[in-house]
Design a protein. Structure first.
Length: 346
């Protein structure tokens, strides 16, 4: 599809909104001030259309005009950049760390830059506390237009059904937040978000399909699958619940026996390779035992079980928290990029 064709695929009532959205996309990707003529060239829109849209976008605050114009062909031309703080994402992620519940909050802008971050220990598990904290952040940052939440569990039909945190199990968190604050909410499983973050920060460029396993200290592991930049959830959001594999029947956590860990790692990774044929399998865990097993034993055994010359990678990573955070940022920003032209009417 050509650029010019894309501009008019939404019908006349949405053309202006779509064109503004597309100009913002160009400005964001440029990440530098650019002129109206360059916007016209890269968007396929006429200079006349650009001249109509830019004043509106300046008035709304979506775009900023820079103080220093550029010289083009001997003439001074105004340059514009995206207001990266026009919309923000509140990131809330729940983490199990040394048998404590850590809740980390951050506000990020459209470029993914962290503006502020804060941590809570063993809090934000009741609606009253969650509501209070979100309200305080909305007061400080009125342009928060989306909330991206990571949980050690799964949301099923709008309810937090499968949760490591007993206090939050059964909560309709998304509905409560959206009704109270009138902004969209993304809720994602922790390992799903982590693998999305990993794929876009640490995976090889050739890796189109990346899967992962997360072995927390005190709970059953979870798995994830990202194809290109899409998280595979399954029909009911239950993809990756490897605790339902037969090998986990009657298994008690935390695991302390090396043979048990080895068996579960092997069977889980073998299942992933058999079902999804990924380019990379990433294993997270807080145990040195898991790291050594992956590096010394599991990778070699899987190569023997799949002797087809396929070039898959199995490796341990100690970047779970960082990947988890980056994945949640990506989810929020991708949603803003996708729907920012009608978020204000959410």
């Amino acid at each position: 599809m050509k650029v010019g064709e894309a501009m008019y695929s939404h019908g006349p009532t949405n053309v202006k909104l779509h064109n503004k959205h597309f100009l913002k996309k160009i400005l964001k990707e440029a990440q530098e001030p650019i002129t109206k003529s360059r916007l016209s060239k890269e968007s396929g829109l006429s200079v006349v259309t650009i001249n109509k849209l830019i004043p509106e976008m300046l008035a709304s605050g979506e775009v900023l005009e820079m103080d220093e114009p550029v010289i083009t062909g001997g003439r001074r031309a105004a340059v514009y950049e995206l207001n990266k703080n026009y919309q923000m994402c509140l990131v809330i992620h729940y983490i199990e760390k040394e048998k404590n519940l850590i809740v980390e909050l951050a506000v990020v802008n459209l470029f993914g830059e962290t503006l502020v971050e804060e941590s809570f220990v063993d809090q934000l598990t009741t609606w009253e506390n969650i509501e209070f904290v979100i309200d305080s952040y909305k007061e400080r940052f009125p342009t928060i237009d989306i909330i991206s939440i990571g949980i050690p569990g799964v949301e099923v039909k709008g309810i937090l059904e499968i949760m490591d945190l007993d206090a939050m199990r059964g909560m309709d968190l998304r509905k409560k937040i959206e009704e109270r604050f009138n902004i969209p909410v993304m809720i994602e499983n922790d390992i799903n978000a982590a693998i999305l973050g990993y794929k876009n920060t640490n995976a090889s460029e050739e890796a189109n399909i990346v899967s992962g396993l997360y072995f927390p200290e005190n709970y059953p592991p979870g798995a994830a699958l990202v194809i290109n930049n899409e998280i595979f959830h399954g029909s009911h959001g239950l993809s990756g619940e490897v605790k339902h594999l037969p090998s986990y029947d009657n298994t008690e956590f935390p695991l302390t026996n090396e043979e048990d860990v080895m068996q579960l790692l092997n069977e889980s990774i073998q299942t992933i390779l058999s079902m999804y044929d990924p380019d990379e399998v990433i294993v997270y865990g807080n145990s040195k035992l898991i790291s050594s097993l992956i590096e010394d034993t599991v990778s070699k055994e899987m190569k023997n079980k799949f002797p087809y010359g396929t070039d898959f990678i199995i490796k341990y990573a100690d970047t779970f928290q960082e990947d988890y955070y980056q994945g949640l940022i990506m989810l929020g920003i991708m949603e803003l990029d996708k729907f920012d032209f009608d978020l204000k009417n959410y």
